[in-house]
Design a protein around this ligand. Structure first.
Ligand code: SAM
Ligand code: SF4
Length: 445
């Protein structure tokens, strides 16, 4: 009787870059003969691809490792791996091995491509394997990637970050900025289009500094222009843009490049100059507001989203009011809101003027309330408009309806034939809700 294929399950925490890394590790596992499974109890290999940007993501990993301890008692051959940003922090890999003997393999952000060799080492009984590298090496190209969608693909263009915002752990766990060569990116995108993908999202902690380290004179705007010429590609998105590095050339390129979607994710973090300075963000609220005006003037109908943080050390009630004021002035389509929490190894974690938890909680609730009103009003303003939608599949919450995304990155649901999945259609918006738009297919679609 044929032996059942071994199964692997990956749990992903954190940002899009981690989602991409998981897709890459899924591709590598498939290459080893593993079948991917959505069911953790069925798996022979469980990989936790972790995040340490916020405490909540970190705590979930500790909880899951406790659960895996119980699974492993029933299934002693189970291989448990921990990858990503958490073990990349100084001392954390050692802590994981000490606290959780259930873990067979720890690897960081710099060598996820070595997963097959490391799993073989564990299988050969050489565990627990600690394979965290302190330095990033060259970016490996041409690895297999098992993407979740057949239509939309993540494409990293720059790894790491040089910004050292005082609250953020990313530069310590992802290393310095390393851009992929434009020809490698172009080749990957052409390959994706040939395989039927129609939309790419270019990823980086700060895509706007793309190319600086290559010394070849290519910048992010040039990359967008090159990709805009790829036949068969319909849509280009990108995230994240650092406001400080958003050049006029980039604004102009987004405005001109037909495939680049009208959506900019522009993390503000705070609306108070004092807080922005202490965060080491490198811009003022006046600069930010002016940038928003320039973007809106050059790119009609552009949607803006942002990341905002409350309770940064030393943030006073007045500072927080400045953040609310910024939100009211910009009127974001969407905002991801975070409560500051100290991250080990970052400067702000050691500052004495930490904001009490109750204060942070009151501020985040107020911020969410204000943004909800604005987000809903902006979605209602879409009523009556006809939007181009790339149909992705059945709606997650109402499977009898189709769901897709507008160029402005709004989720649009509407009744329609499932044969439309993968197509561009026109939808007249009938109702703007908090999280999505509801519409009706236009006859010419
Ligand atoms: N590179 C992006 C930028 O500069 O906007 C963001 C990367 S970070 C993974 C995503 C978001 O997490 C940040 O924009 C910030 O709002 C939030 N974040 C980072 N460190 C944090 C901390 N210590 N506490 C709370 N939120 C944090
Ligand atoms: Fe973190 Fe700042 Fe780099 Fe974004 S730009 S990843 S917030 S250090």
């Amino acid at each position: 009787m044929a032996r059942e294929p071994k199964r692997a399950h990956i749990v992903t925490f954190g940002c899009q870059m981690n989602e991409y890394d998981s897709e890459l590790m899924a591709g590598l596992l498939e290459g080893m003969g593993y079948q991917l499974t959505e069911s953790l109890p069925e798996a022979d290999v469980v990989l936790l691809n972790t995040c340490c940007v916020r405490e909540s993501a970190e705590n979930k990993v500790w909880g899951l490792l406790g659960t895996l301890k119980r699974y492993k008692r029933k299934k002693p051959d189970l291989i448990v791996g921990v990858s990503g940003c958490l073990p990349q922090q100084n001392g954390v890999a050692e802590e994981i091995k000490k606290r959780f003997p259930v873990v067979d393999l720890v690897l960081g952000t710099h060598n996820r491509h070595e997963l097959p060799r490391l799993i073989d080492e564990v299988r050969e009984g050489r565990g627990p394997v600690d394979a965290v590298l302190r330095e990033a090496g060259d970016i490996p190209e041409g690895l297999p990637v098992r993407r979740k969608s057949g239509l939309r693909a993540w494409v990293p263009v720059i790894h790491g970050c040089n910004n050292f915002c005082t609250y953020c752990v990313v530069p310590y766990v992802r290393g310095r900025e390393r851009s992929r060569r434009p020809e490698d990116i172009l080749k990957e995108v052409c390959g994706l289009v040939a395989a039927g993908y129609r939309e790419v999202t270019l990823l980086g902690q700060n895509v706007n500094s793309y190319g600086r380290d290559l010394g070849a004179g290519t910048d992010f705007a040039d990359l967008l222009s090159d990709l805009d010429r790829v036949d068969g590609l319909w849509r280009i998105r990108f995230t994240t843009s650092h406001p400080r590095d958003f050049s006029e050339k980039l604004i102009d390129t987004i405005a001109r490049a037909a495939k680049v979607c009208e959506h900019v994710h522009l993390p503000a973090q705070a609306g108070s100059n004092r807080v922005l300075r202490r965060m080491n963000r490198g811009y003022t609220r006046e600069y930010y507001l002016e940038l928003v005006e320039k973007i809106r003037a050059a790119i009609p109908g552009v949607a803006l989203s942002t990341d905002l943080m409350v309770g940064f050390p030393g943030e006073t009630g007045d500072d927080f009011e400045d953040t609310l004021d910024l939100v009211r002035r910009v009127r974001y389509d969407q905002a991801f809101t975070f409560v500051y929490n100290p991250r080990r190894g970052t400067p702000a974690a050691g500052w004495p003027d930490q904001v009490p938890a109750a204060e942070k909680s009151a501020r985040i609730q107020e911020l969410i309330r204000v943004q909800k009103e604005i987000g809903l009003a902006r979605n209602r303003a879409e009523e009556g408009r006809v939007l181009e939608v790339l149909v992705e599949g059945p709606s997650a919450t109402r499977p009898e309806l189709l769901a897709g995304r507008s160029r402005t990155n709004k989720t649009v649901v509407f009744p329609g034939d499932p044969k439309l999945v993968g197509k561009l259609v026109w939808v007249r918006i009938e109702q703007g809700q908090l999280t999505h738009l509801v519409g009706r297919l236009q006859p010419e679609s």
